[in-house]
Design a protein around this ligand. Structure first.
Ligand code: ADP
Length: 166
């Protein structure tokens, strides 16, 4: 059985991420979307909230599992018997960073290779940061994050802004 991992922060999951998830899920028997927890980086959503949002938007894809991990990705791949890391590439600027990470991951776990999928053209501008910026200024989130989670993202941003003003 081929198992691939799609890692990221997913703070929150965007339509660009979901497109990569759907395309990768067609290529592997089992795809694990892994929310990587970075204790240095505080996101808008808590890790378990990000997992819940990704689960909600991928509920209809039977071979997709959602998990989270706070250690090295190469270790997680070993634990889950995964041999492939899937990454989406939006621009040349993504490539440099992702290539370096792919080489490090293979050094740490020689059974682990990285496969890149080019971002769909209409999502190349899209990142979680852009989606959050839109929410901050109350621009409609349609076209940025999946419809099932637009309200959650807007509500979370409103709460965050309210807290930071008080
Ligand atoms: P972001 O850059 O949006 O904060 P993450 O850290 O969650 O995203 O990224 C996880 C993975 O998703 C990375 O491989 C990143 O290149 C990819 N990715 C992010 N946004 C898109 C997009 N719009 N289209 C395709 N891939 C994307």
């Amino acid at each position: 059985m081929s198992t691939a991992i799609y890692p990221g922060s997913f703070d929150p999951v965007t339509l660009g991420h979901l497109d990569i998830i759907k395309r990768a899920a067609r290529q592997f028997d089992h795809l694990i979307v892994c929310v990587m927890i970075n204790s240095e980086k505080h996101g808008l959503f808590l890790p378990e909230e990000r997992v819940e949002l990704v689960r909600r938007v991928t509920a209809g894809i039977p071979n997709v599992e959602v998990d989270c991990w706070r250690d090295l990705l190469s270790e997680y791949a070993r634990k889950r018997n995964a041999t492939v890391v899937v990454k989406g590439l939006r621009a040349v600027s993504d490539y440099e960073k992702e290539c370096q990470m792919a080489l490090i991951n293979r050094k740490l776990n020689p059974n682990l290779d990285t496969m890149f999928l080019p971002a769909r053209q209409n999502f190349t501008y899209l990142s979680s940061s852009v989606a959050k910026e839109m929410a901050r200024y109350h621009v409609s989130l349609e076209g940025y994050v999946p419809a099932e989670i637009t309200e959650d993202v807007q509500k979370k941003m409103d709460e965050y802004l309210q807290k930071s003003q008080s």
